[in-house]
Design a protein around this ligand. Structure first.
Ligand code: FAD
Length: 646
């Protein structure tokens, strides 16, 4: 039976990473050329890992379903990336970033990992500046910082509202250099369909060439997945439309435990849903909360008039507005963490104070900031976001407040990994949003980019060598091994099964239905009854999908519907595990809000005695219940207490 071993190095917290690096095994430069590494994913985490490992001298094969690494979902990141540089001299430090991150995650992450993340954060900024990432600078030439939720300091580095794009271009530049050198071979438009395990170790993958439909086998000494998050299980989310869980779901079914599947982040500042046929939601970056003030009408009758279009927001006088975050959380105000801000918006809307035609929206108002700083400053800081908003909503946010509402944004859950980012399958490493990550039950803004780049540039290049140190003796693998043949056959069987259904309903019809079940029962607020309902409804929907889905075209060609169907088949299983995990966690923490467990003020009520653990789920077979393993979380350096942002 697989035992969980988080492999946290001994010694004082601040010295763990240094002492790990001092004592780990390394691969000598000549032997690195004898070792092949597969990296699936070329977003920030994958591109950073592939470029760094190529630079070190390993032979890397990097896979993506995109036509270029530049299209990874990381490109959409808007607001910024955290680091403890303390440039504004406002009291930041590695310890404070560590502390804020653990507290922000509601004490459900590992101290050692989070400390390392905070420690490495400064090197990320140096690395990216060296690559030419055009971070915003202030008048004196120093890199500028802004604030994000859950922090009392300004530690977020940014490039206007396009930080992810600029960071990805930096990583892509580093990757391209290695591709040119020949140390990295790039395989675009490939979907990873399965992991190949030989003698208990990850040794290869099966991919589908999405252009020709060909199924290919690829071998390596080790495999890294950096395939992003699974927020699209909810159908509507801020994620790019193709984001999926398939790679991490396949490895789950091959023995990699799945960590905290129910921990989902609902972001408070998204453009509200506007219709049944919408297939995507758009984020308005958290950075906007630096200058925007969030409010709803203080009187129900005003809210009703707004909803009917009888009055406009500017008709409501200052004294009749409820700046509910500033009222409830005066210390952090509009920069309260995402889970708390999202719930507060929902609470106001559920109580009848919501605005917009559906009543499911609150205002994000820049009038004060424009008055104080001038329109030019606001435009320089957030111009592209204001443009996106105006294009979608057809209202000018310089003149009237934006309308926002919480939406699914990020998944803190993912493949369980130890301190080395290795899963429970030896030789399988996971980086970026795809692993269960350092964010506990709630991720603070601007920390996903930090984690993805930390994993890719600074953690995996070290830890993977510890695993690979004796692997140069293992000669390269033939893809004719029976394990490859069997894995390819499974993939072909699955595709043939899907293509032969020839049912009556489109993939999106099923996906939208799954999304509704997930949002209503496993969404922002959860309860026992709803979760049990989801656990009943999802398998029913799954059965119907396998009987009645319609996939036009053939499997031997470019077939986006087939791609969507293979991904949805996995979401239809993952959704059930998320509901089960949420049901078992009988407490509220971070983004996991169980209505039964709340304080009299409506805040999340943790149960530290029984639930201070990472839930690591083990797949037991198609018709068997998965087994829950618990990794106990020990807090030696932080006092665990009720989160307080008041
Ligand atoms: C709108 C938006 C704004 C955001 N803004 C911020 C921000 O300001 N700051 C911040 O810190 N975070 C932000 N985030 C979160 C952050 O962008 C992501 O968490 C992060 O970029 C994920 O990076 P990644 O490398 O792990 O995955 P991704 O960038 O999603 O890359 C995944 C890669 O894996 C590949 N892939 C996936 N599945 C397969 C498969 N089966 N086969 C082959 N290839 C596969 C994809 O092609 C892609 O190359 C934002 C997120 C959203 C949605």
């Amino acid at each position: 039976m697989t035992q969980l071993n988080s492999k946290i190095p001994s010694g004082p917290l601040a010295e763990k990473w240094t002492s790990y690096k001092a004592s780990q095994n390394l691969v000598n430069p000549a032997n690195k050329r004898k070792i092949d590494i597969i990296v699936v994913g070329s977003g920030l985490a994958g591109a950073a890992a592939a470029a760094s490992l190529g630079e070190l001298g390993f032979i890397v094969k990097c896979f993506t379903y995109h036509d270029s690494p530049r299209r990874a979902h990381s490109i959409s990141a808007q607001g910024g990336i955290n680091a403890a540089k303390n440039y504004p001299n406002d009291g930041d430090s590695v310890y404070r970033l560590f502390y804020d991150t653990i507290k922000g995650g509601d004490y459900r992450s590992r101290e050692a990992n989070v400390y390392r993340l905070a420690e490495v954060s400064n090197a990320i900024i140096d690395q990216c500046v060296a690559q030419g990432v055009p971070f915003a600078r202030e008048y004196g030439g120093l890199l500028d910082n802004r604030s994000f939720g859950g922090a009392l300091v300004s530690r977020t580095f940014y490039a206007r509202g396009q930080t992810g794009q600029q960071l990805l271009l930096g990583a892509y530049g580093a990757l391209s250099k290695e591709i040119h050198k020949g140390s990295v071979t790039m395989y675009t438009r490939r979907d990873m369909m399965d992991l190949v395990i030989v003698d208990g170790r990850a040794r290869g993958i099966i991919v589908r060439n999405n252009v020709t439909g060909e199924i290919e086998r690829h071998s390596a000494h080790t495999v890294i997945l950096a395939t992003g998050g699974y927020g699209n299980v909810f159908f509507l989310s801020t994620n790019a439309m193709h984001c999926n869980a398939s790679a991490i779901w396949q490895v789950y079914k091959k023995g990699a435990f799945f960590g905290n599947p129910c921990f989902t982040q609902i972001h408070p500042t998204c453009i509200p849903v506007h219709g049944e046929y919408q297939s995507k939601l758009t984020l308005m970056s958290e950075s906007l909360r630096n200058d925007g003030r969030i409010w709803v009408p203080g009187k129900k009758e005003d809210a009703e008039k707004i909803r009917k279009g009888e009055i406009k927001p500017k008709d409501i006088p200052e004294e009749d507005r409820d700046y509910y975050l500033e009222r409830r959380y005066p210390a952090y105000g509009n920069l309260s963490p995402r889970d708390i801000s999202s719930r507060a918006a929902k609470e106001r809307c559920d109580a009848g104070f919501g605005v917009g035609s559906t009543g499911l929206a609150v205002y994000l108002d820049f009038a004060d900031a424009i008055k104080r700083l001038g329109k030019g400053v606001i435009e320089a800081r957030y111009g592209n976001l204001f443009q996106i908003y105006e294009k979608i909503v057809d209202q000018n946010p310089y003149e009237t407040p934006m309308m926002i509402y919480p939406a699914v944004h990020y998944t803190m859950g993912g493949t369980w990994v130890d301190y080395e980012l290795q899963s429970t399958i030896p030789g399988l490493f996971i980086g970026g949003e795809a692993n269960f990550s350092d964010h506990g039950a709630n991720r603070l803004g601007a920390s996903a980019l930090m984690q993805g780049l930390s994993d890719g540039y600074f953690v995996l290049p070290y830890t993977i060598q510890n695993y690979l140190a004796d692997q140069f003796k293992v000669s390269r693998f033939s893809t004719d091994l029976p394990e490859f043949v069997a894995a390819e056959k499974d993939v072909r069987d699955q595709i043939n099964r899907l293509m032969s259904i020839k049912g009556s309903k489109s993939v999106d019809t099923f996906h939208r239905e799954l999304g509704k079940i997930m949002w209503e029962n496993v969404g922002m607020a959860r309860n026992k009854e709803g979760l049990e309902k989801a656990i009943k409804l999802i398998p029913e929907l799954r059965a119907e999908f396998w009987k009645d889905v319609r996939i036009p075209g053939t499997a031997d060609e470019l077939n986006p519907e087939l791609q969507k169907a293979t991904r949805l088949a996995d979401f239809l299983e993952l959704g059930e595990l998320m509901a089960l995990d949420a049901l078992k966690r009988e407490e509220s923490c971070g983004g996991h809000f169980r209505e039964e467990y709340q304080t009299p003020e409506g805040e999340a009520l943790r149960n530290d005695k029984d639930f201070t653990y990472v839930a690591a789920w083990e797949y037991k077979g198609p018709d068997k219940a998965p087994e829950l393993h618990k990794e106990k979380l020990n807090f030696e350096y932080i006092e665990v207490k009720q989160r307080n942002y008041k």
